[in-house]
Ligand binder design. Structure first.
Ligand SMILES: Cc1ncc(COP(=O)(O)O)c(C=O)c1O
Length: 434
């Protein structure tokens, strides 16, 4: 009698083609539909190098045209083409879940997703695990990293709870210590890269084994000088540099191979614009043996010795992982240069306008090398929750109110397709009311 696995293998190999071959063919067809859709909707990229890649427009997305969406930092929106491909994968899967949930039909496509993710992050494909989000990456690390009692994990007040709470949760269980220091956010607009680095390095003690920081924090959008921090920390005896990439991947360039970073966890449902509930986890090859998988399933023996041991959940939603590959392909059509030029231009415009307007305060870095497409603007005397709820109710403007260290501002995070009118609407609404 055949086990399910043997049967699928046979089927995919052609002997029992009645089920296996159509299974592969249907997926292959859905994938090739996406490739031609991308080529027709994003033509400049299809012929890479034959002209500047075009930026996506609101028509490429499903966002309600009645809202002004300035909150890509909380959650992104998926391109229409990626969404359509995702639906196709789901429909194929639902047509015969037993056939489509496991094994052959997905193996090559999923490895392709891993390759694309590794390309975007500039690391080896054998260092890239496909997880569910940033929080999972940090849970995996806090659960599985070999640390001794008394070892210290260090991060600043700009660290997100998703990258902090796994450590505070595990500390009493495992006996390591966690130390959080206050980042002087009020001083941020004037800080230099060197000062940001020094603020971290001076906190390192001879007990510090792990340094955690966000590549881009979610409060004021500081782009941490990642390589200088990693280098400086290692020189002071830190063994593991773990970076939270939730806000950075597909927003700013990320190049991990030579960065000195050991772990980098990300949430592509933000700037990569993938379906929700997908994550990327870079584990530098040399560190993988120091980390134990957080959970294991029947797949663990087959994953032994590979990066797949860190993404072994048993059954998972493979259609959405496939759609992550398509979201990565979509982002690929834009390229770092065009993306950076656009974000920088919009950032500079907003900063200058805020600084020229009485009653508005720029709370994010003033220098581009420390800045991003996410920034904090305070309307003096107006509590940010009130600002946000009024502008939502009266103007359908979406942004996140942020309070930290005496700052009480609107966190604006437009993406490439955000029309200039959305930011205009924000400034006009503030001007009219306060
Ligand atoms: C900097 C940062 N880290 C971590 C997270 C947590 O992301 P997730 O819920 O996708 O794990 C967020 C979410 O907003 C974030 O902004």
């Amino acid at each position: 009698m055949h086990s399910r696995r043997t049967f699928l293998r046979t089927a995919a190999g052609g002997a029992a083609a009645a089920t296996g071959a159509p299974a592969l063919a249907a997926l292959a067809e859905a994938r090739s539909w996406f490739t031609s859709e991308l080529a027709s909707t994003r033509p400049a990229s299809a012929a890479m190098g034959s002209g500047a890649p075009s930026l996506p427009t609101p028509d490429d997305y499903l966002l309600d045209p009645e809202i002004q969406y300035l909150n890509h930092g909380s959650i992104g929106t998926i391109p229409r083409a990626v969404h359509a491909a995702h639906r196709r994968y789901l429909e194929i899967c639902e047509s015969n879940p037993w056939l489509y949930m496991w094994d052959e039909p997905w193996i090559e496509p999923l490895e392709d997703v891993r390759r694309r993710a590794a390309d975007l992050l500039g690391c080896g494909v054998h260092e890239m695990a496909l997880t569910h989000n940033t929080t999972e990456g940090f849970n995996l690390l806090a659960h599985g990293l070999e640390l001794q009692p008394g070892d210290e994990v260090l991060y600043s007040s700009l660290n997100h709870p998703g990258a902090s709470n796994p450590w505070t949760h595990m500390a009493p269980i495992r006996g390591f210590r966690v130390r959080r220091f206050d980042f002087p956010v009020q001083d941020l607009p004037g800080l230099s890269s060197e000062e940001v680095v020094e603020l971290h390095l001076r906190e390192i003690t001879d007990r510090t084994r792990v340094l955690v920081f966000p590549h881009v924090d979610n409060l004021v959008g500081l782009r941490h000088p990642m390589e200088a921090l990693a280098r400086g920390a290692k020189a002071r005896g830190v063994e593991v540099v773990a970076v939270d990439g939730a806000q950075s991947v597909a927003m700013i360039p990320v190049e991990l191979a030579s960065s000195g970073v050991d772990v980098y966890a990300a949430s592509p449902h933000k700037w990569v614009q993938s379906p929700k509930g997908l994550g990327l986890l870079y584990l530098r090859e040399e560190i993988q043996d120091r980390v134990h998988p957080m959970w294991v399933s029947s797949g663990q023996p087959g994953a032994a010795g590979t990066i797949r041991r860190f993404e072994d959940y048993g059954t998972r939603n493979r259609p959405e992982v496939m759609a992550l590959g398509d979201a990565l392909a979509f982002q690929d059509t834009i390229g770092d240069e065009a993306r950076t030029a656009h974000h920088r231009n919009v950032w500079a415009g907003v900063r200058d306008r805020v600084e020229a307007t009485a009653g508005l305060l720029w709370r994010s870095p003033r220098r581009w090398e420390l800045s991003t497409a996410l920034y904090n603007v305070e309307v003096e005397g107006v509590p940010s929750p009130e600002l946000s709820s009024r502008l939502w109710e009266e103007e359908r403007i979406v942004f996140r109110p942020i309070r930290i260290g005496g700052i009480d501002g609107a966190r604006l995070s437009p993406n490439l397709q955000t029309p200039p009118e959305a930011l205009e609407a924000f400034f006009r609404a503030v001007d009219q009311r306060w």
